[in-house]
Design a binder for this molecule. Structure first.
Ligand code: B3K
Ligand code: ZN
Length: 880
């Protein structure tokens, strides 16, 4: 396939200031008439052919300035329209008629049908599956959209912007039983933000008054009968709108804001101007069917898509290499929003856990790429956790370096200067340099260099001189196509903690320290602190100020001290997590050596003390009790990984913690029982999460099935019910109670696909090779559908991404099952297939036997005939 390169960017010779679209919606024969005002950028008559993008298009007719073109003056293929003979004028009208079949579109890109409703997904390159166009984000156009449909099939007709006309008033022009609606969006936008919806849906309505007094009508559209489940999403939307005014000074700009939930969707949601389209998983919630994690996910995604209205829509990207300009920044904004709505420390820990579980392996494997890539073959494969989550961390570091005030001034300048632009990362960095007077050129490497930097830190204390010396050293390992790396600017928040647990006020000698931030810019850096009254304990990378791997010489005693006393709650959690990780990697080696691991009593006691510490909120304690995942442990070990030994080590630590703290855990478990009616708020969710983590410990010993079984039966909300079911399935697999609970769950929730997804996930993550067969059988379950991305991700995706011992079964059966499933998905939906196939990315870190089996599975995929460019790109990069 073709490789697209950042350095090849050229502005388009042609612009499309105005786009008028008419859709005659029909399941298999939708006619699309596009009337495009084309203008040359130069203002001179065109001096080259006009080349428009297409993808699987069928051209029905073509005219310029109302005159049908003769066949000799253009060439049309399914993926390109080239018009050689153009009027000698700087502006003309191009009329294109194409025909598409939404019903047959299983790739869910372009115009398709989901549960009988017409819907679109155009980012990144889906608009070219609707009509021929300059389908690139720097071509901005004002859209007017007329939708015509059968009034019974699609009483609801939505598009971007404001509704300007509707009805059968001029019904003479329409076939009987059809109606129309016309929408106009005054804001010029790139084609990827176009959307339409036609269908029969229920809705809830609300309104919002902006800071300057604009009345905005809000609508959320869902399947009939599910309207009540959209209430939480609506409340989250209104909170997002207010928050963006208060924190970023951003107001909404249209008279309407609509959200439509669909059940077949390739990702989470899409920020189309004024008409967000959502995976229904991120809209629908009530206590019986949604877990606390689902509620938090809805709040975050609703906010994310809403925030795109400014960071993405009003200011969009010049080209797709700049994707992080809108995505990293918008993730940062939604993280901050959630932190303000909930608990900041808990939110930060959850973010870092996610970053380490997803982005770190990406950055350290064959698919590593810079936050702003320089090359791609398939842009849809670059909607990655590097672009999104690491992109957000980079924005966070800008704020850490500048401070909150200058950061806000920079953002204000960005909005003021670039409103209406298709901008670049250089534009973004420049505003922060201007408002702060700082040089961010070394910092900019965070956008340009792939890989996770590692930082080594050692502290020396000289009691006689009353001095502390820090030695820091940075390194960045080579990544694909970047063998030599430059030194990074790494901002490290820190404190020197005194014996009373408080930070010691320090005086730094030499460069590199500004307030509580060390700016590491050289390979080696030494920092001296004078007048230090006592030996402190170093707390560094507080709040995870930089997305790095930290190696610090520090005793277990000092770490335990930080785990009890650090005033930075993130660093406190990190100290405990590092202790867990060290204990687990040691246990892994012991098990590999054929012995039984043992754990330090002091660590087991520290866990108990943390669980009992009522000064800490329950959600925080739940996170502190959650051991590193099997993938985290694998990353720490690095190579020749044996997933069975990792699981054994982890289970051994769970049992040791449970045995040492059984009575206390049982007491806290009871104390965390719900009192009063259900609320999805952070405080109640925190109590549930602590209780459910404790249930997992208490159910770990063989045969201890009763508590989880009764928890399952008495559960009154989905959080507790699914948690109890997971504990049963993962800790007491095969017990009669587990079998009964799995059957009960299935029969209770059969009509609820989003809940059956949880049932799939829980079973797909049961440790051990037997799960390969379970997954194979569940793929034949009536609730499974290979066409539906949520089902595929829950069962097949979860199996590969979150079940180390089954996916990496030593005999290769997990890889084989997965490779076959990927190919089956790929025939319908290349984007989803390519996405789940990234589960192979860490294959080279396995022990040789598994490596070999994984390579065979990857090669088998790569040799398949007619492989999509999406899947080929992932598989070839993974094998390279
Ligand atoms: N911008 C969309 C993602 C589109 C993915 C295309 N493959 C959702 C979001 O990030 O908000
Ligand atoms: Zn986004």
């Amino acid at each position: 396939g073709q490789v697209f390169k950042l350095e090849d960017y050229k502005p388009s010779e042609f612009l499309i200031p105005e786009t008028k679209l008419t859709f005659n919606l029909h399941p298999t024969k939708t006619l699309v008439q596009a009337e495009l005002t084309i203008r040359t950028r130069s203002g001179q008559p065109p001096n080259a052919a006009l080349v428009l993008d297409g993808d699987e298009l069928v051209l029905r007719s073509l005219a310029i300035n109302g005159k049908v073109l003769d066949a000799a003056s253009y060439t049309a293929t399914p993926d390109r329209l080239t018009i050689n003979e153009l009027p000698q004028a700087d502006t003309f009208t191009l009329s294109i008629e194409t025909e598409v079949a939404p019903e047959h579109n299983k790739a869910l890109s372009g115009l398709y049908r989901s549960s009988g409703n017409y819907t679109t997904q155009c980012e990144a390159e889906g608009f070219r599956r609707i009509t021929y166009f300059l389908d690139r984000p720097d071509v901005l156009s004002v859209y007017t959209v007329r939708l015509e449909a059968d009034s019974k099939e699609a009483p609801l007709l939505l598009s971007n912007g404001n509704l300007v006309e509707r009805g059968p008033v001029e019904s003479g022009a329409l076939d009987s039983g059809r109606h129309f609606a016309v929408w106009h969006d005054p804001f010029p936008k790139p084609s990827y933000l176009f959307a339409l919806v036609g269908g029969d849906l229920g809705s809830i309505k609300d309104s919002f008054t902006t800071a300057s007094g604009r009345e905005v009508e809000l609508g959320i559209y869902v399947e009939h009968g599910k309207e009540e489940r959209a209430a939480y999403a609506m409340a989250a939307l209104k909170r997002s709108m207010r928050w963006d005014e208060e924190v970023f000074g951003r107001e909404y700009d249209l008279d309407v804001f609509n959200i439509v939930a669909v059940s077949d969707f390739n990702m989470g949601a899409m920020e189309n101007k004024g008409l967000n389209i959502f995976n229904d998983k991120y809209v629908l919630a009530d206590e019986a069917t949604a877990s606390d994690a689902d509620y938090a996910g809805i709040e975050a995604v609703i906010a994310h898509e809403y925030f795109h209205n400014w960071t993405g829509n009003r200011i969009t990207c010049r080209d797709w290499f700049q994707l992080c300009l809108k995505e990293g920044l918008t993730v940062f904004r939604d993280h901050e929003f959630s932190a303000d709505q909930r608990s900041r420390a808990v939110k930060r820990i959850a973010e870092v856990r996610g970053l380490r579980a997803q982005q770190f392996p990406e950055d350290q494997g064959p698919l590593a790429h810079p936050v702003r890539p320089r090359r791609y073959r398939e842009i849809n494969n670059f909607y990655t956790s590097t672009v999104y989550e690491k992109g957000s961390e980079v924005v966070r570091m800008i704020r850490t370096i500048l401070g909150a005030e200058d950061f806000r001034r920079g953002m204000d300048l960005y909005f003021e200067r670039h409103d209406g632009d298709a901008a670049t990362i250089e534009d973004f960095l420049r505003v922060f340099e201007e408002v702060s007077g700082r040089d961010l050129s070394q910092f900019a490497l965070w956008y340009h260099q792939a890989g996770t930097p590692s930082v080594q830190v050692a502290m020396r204390h000289d009691a006689d001189k009353r001095e502390v010396t820090l030695h820091l050293e940075q390194a960045l390992a080579p990544t694909p196509s970047e063998s030599r790396k430059r030194l990074m600017h790494i901002p490290l928040q820190f404190g020197l903690v005194g014996q009373d647990g408080r930070d010691i006020a320090v005086k730094a000698a030499g460069e590199g320290v500004e307030g509580d931030v060390i700016h590491l810019r050289k390979r080696h850096q030494t920092i001296r602190f004078t007048d230090v009254p006592e030996r402190p304990v170093l707390s560094i990378n507080r709040g995870f100020s930089a997305p790095i791997m930290l190696a610090m010489e520090q005793t277990a005693e000092d770490r335990m001290f930080l785990a009890r006393h650090d005033s930075d709650l993130f660093a406190r959690w990190q100290a405990l997590t590092t202790l867990y990780t060290q204990a687990l990697t040691q246990a892994y080696r012991t098990i590999r050596g054929g012995s039984t691991p043992e754990f330090a009593p002091a660590l087991l006691a520290l866990v108990g003390d943390t669980a009992r510490n009522e000064a800490l909120e329950p959600a925080y304690r739940a996170l502190a009790l959650s051991l590193p995942g099997e993938g985290d442990i694998a990353r720490e070990i690095g190579q020749t990984i044996d997933p069975d030994a990792i699981l054994a080590a982890r289970n051994a630590l769970v049992l040791a913690i449970a045995a040492a703290n059984a009575d206390d855990f049982a007491k806290i478990y009871e104390a965390m029982a719900a009192s009063g009616p259900f609320s999805p708020d952070a405080a109640d969710a925190g109590r549930r999460s602590l209780r459910n983590v404790l249930l997992d410990y208490l159910s770990a010993p063989a045969g201890d099935v009763k508590r989880a079984a009764s928890r399952y039966e008495s559960a009154t909300n989905m959080t507790d019910r699914a948690a109890a079911l997971a504990v049963l399935a993962h800790r007491q697999s095969g017990s009669p109670e587990t079998v009964a609970a799995l059957a009960d769950f299935e029969s209770r929730f059969r009509p609820e696909p989003l809940v059956i997804d949880k049932w799939f996930q829980i079973q797909a993550t049961v440790p051990g090779t037997a799960t390969v067969n379970t997954v194979r059988e569940l793929m034949r379950h009536s609730g499974f559908s290979i066409d539906n991305p949520n089902r595929v991700r829950s069962l097949v995706g979860t199996f590969a991404a979150a079940n180390q011992t089954a996916f990496h079964a030593a005999d290769g059966s997990g890889y084989k099952l997965f490779a076959d499933a990927v190919l089956e998905v790929e025939r319908r939906n290349p984007q989803v297939a390519a996405r789940i196939a990234t589960a192979f990315r860490s294959w080279r870190s396995l022990e040789p036997g598994r490596q070999d089996k994984a390579r065979q599975a990857l090669v088998a995929i790569s040799q398949h005939r007619d492989l999509s460019s999406d899947l080929r790109d992932i598989v070839e990069r993974t094998l390279a």
